[in-house]
Design a protein around this ligand. Structure first.
Ligand code: SAM
Ligand code: SF4
Length: 441
């Protein structure tokens, strides 16, 4: 089989990074190898995101650039996958003549079949059915990760929560948990390839197993992963505050491999807006949960997501979000300006917030969090942390880069360690997004 070149571009979240690794693996079996330059490619595949307007716009502008490449090389195939592909379906083929095929979020494993069909029929294809509780990964053989030290492992797909702003349930389908045995086998295989740390992925990991009779719950899954020899660290994302149970909180104190970090999206500090968002918890309940987390695991690092400018958010609601950021004392915050997503309930809510106000609120919230992050990082100065080395520092390649169990990036000079080494580092200086340290002998 003649070798072919694949340019694979990933937009959006960790789920898409995971899916892209699967895609690269599937296509490697069909003799495709990855290239960095789209102009060289035989196949361009965009794994897209439609959670917010911004990543969606990036896909459209990339397609504009690829149209010019296709004009020069008419044999080039262009395919679209991921959430935006699911959202737009056949519409993609109508709007973008340069696109040859569209693959929905449950269609990953069909990719080789779709390529073969394109070759024989020459007809453009849209394969976007969300029907059936199909595990898109089930028949993809062993995972091969390009990350040598840390890898993502999907434990469930879809979401049943229907937060009013969110498109995920519409483009990823209903919640389906993967069987425990399959997850364990995948992690064992990763560990055999040198992976030391896994991040278990799902939109709402706390409800793992709920819709799959006979499977363990999330805490049961964590306990099983804990037993895998050679694996050193376990992380997970994302946890929904509504379903964060006491047994899961307690697991931070009892499972030695479970790292002291939780991403717990708050979204808004106003109870009125939280109700409108259909989040299922109040600010008081949220505060109670993080207090319990810190009680059971005082060193835990807590990060969050916030949305500003949700329809109807007035100054008082926004100030409630500012106040919750102060009270929450988060280690990091990912914040977004609300954008309408097609088909979601929030799109029909009245009192949309003008762009300018949204931008202003986002800036204010981010400035507040920046100070808190730096203050919390500074409190780590002089302390020693276990660091898993991931490679060289990006800014300074003659230094090591690694991560603490609390998910803080640490750069440190001295002897260069191979990725996967576990070392002890004393923090000397806290920066806005990372820590600098020195090796402790
Ligand atoms: N499942 C996670 C949870 O429940 O928090 C969140 C997953 S979502 C893919 C990632 C983040 O995108 C959300 O936490 C939210 O802050 C943000 N987001 C989702 N929809 C949005 C929208 N319409 N406008 C702005 N931000 C949005
Ligand atoms: Fe979207 Fe809410 Fe599901 Fe998270 S829990 S993926 S925000 S619907």
């Amino acid at each position: 089989m003649e070798p072919k070149k694949l340019y694979l571009k990933t937009f959006g979240c960790q789920m898409n990074v995971y899916d892209s690794e699967r895609i690269a693996h599937l296509l490697a079996a069909k003799n495709y190898h990855l290239v960095d330059d789209p102009a060289e490619a035989d196949l361009i595949f965009l794994n897209t995101c439609s959670v917010r307007q911004k990543p969606e716009q990036k896909v459209y502008s990339a397609l504009g650039r690829f149209r010019a490449i296709k004009k020069k090389n008419p044999r080039l195939l262009i395919g679209i996958g991921g959430c935006l592909a699911q959202q737009e379906g056949e519409g993609f083929l109508e709007r973008f003549p340069q696109v040859d095929f569209v693959l929905g979020t449950k269609g990953i494993k069909r990719l080789p079949e779709v390529l073969a069909e394109l070759e024989t029929s020459g007809k453009r294809i849209a394969a976007v059915s969300l029907k059936g509780r199909v595990d898109p990964y089930a028949s993809i053989p062993f995972y091969f990760s390009s990350a040598k030290v840390s890898a993502f492992v999907s434990i469930m797909q879809g979401c049943d929560n229907f937060c009013s702003f969110c498109i995920v349930p519409y483009v990823r389908g209903r919640e389906v948990s993967r069987p425990k045995g399959e997850i364990i086998k995948e992690i064992q295989n990763l560990v055999a390839q040198g992976v030391k740390e896994v991040t278990l992925l799902g939109q709402n990991v706390n409800s793992y197993g709920k819709t799959t009779p006979g499977e363990v719950d999330f805490v049961g899954l964590l306990a099983a992963v804990q037993e895998i020899p050679g694996l050193e660290r376990i992380r997970f994302t994302t946890s929904h505050p509504q379903d964060l149970s006491l047994p899961l909180i307690e697991a931070f104190g009892t499972l030695p491999k479970l790292c002291e970090h939780i991403h717990l999206p708050l979204q808004s500090g106003s109870n009125r807006i939280l109700r409108q968002m259909n989040r299922g918890y109040s600010r008081e309940e949220y505060l109670q949960k993080i207090e319990t987390l810190r009680h059971h695991c005082p060193e835990i690092s807590i990060t969050t997501d916030m949305i500003v400018g949700f329809p109807g958010e007035d100054e008082e609601d926004f100030q409630a979000s500012m106040e919750m950021i102060t009270r929450g004392q988060f280690d990091e915050m990912f914040s977004f300006k609300y954008s309408d997503r097609p088909g979601t309930r929030a799109t029909v809510l009245p009192n949309k917030i003008p762009e300018e106000i949204g931008r202003q609120r986002l800036g204010e919230l981010q400035n507040l969090q920046k100070k808190i992050t730096l203050k919390r990082n500074k409190a780590r100065e002089g302390k020693e942390f276990e660091v898993l080395v991931e490679g060289r520092s990006k800014a300074c390649p003659e230094e090591n880069m690694g991560r603490t169990r609390t998910n803080h990036v640490v750069n440190f000079p001295g002897k260069i360690y191979s990725p996967g080494s576990m070392v002890k580092v004393k923090i000397q200086k806290a920066l806005a997004h990372s820590l600098r340290g020195e090796l402790v002998e």
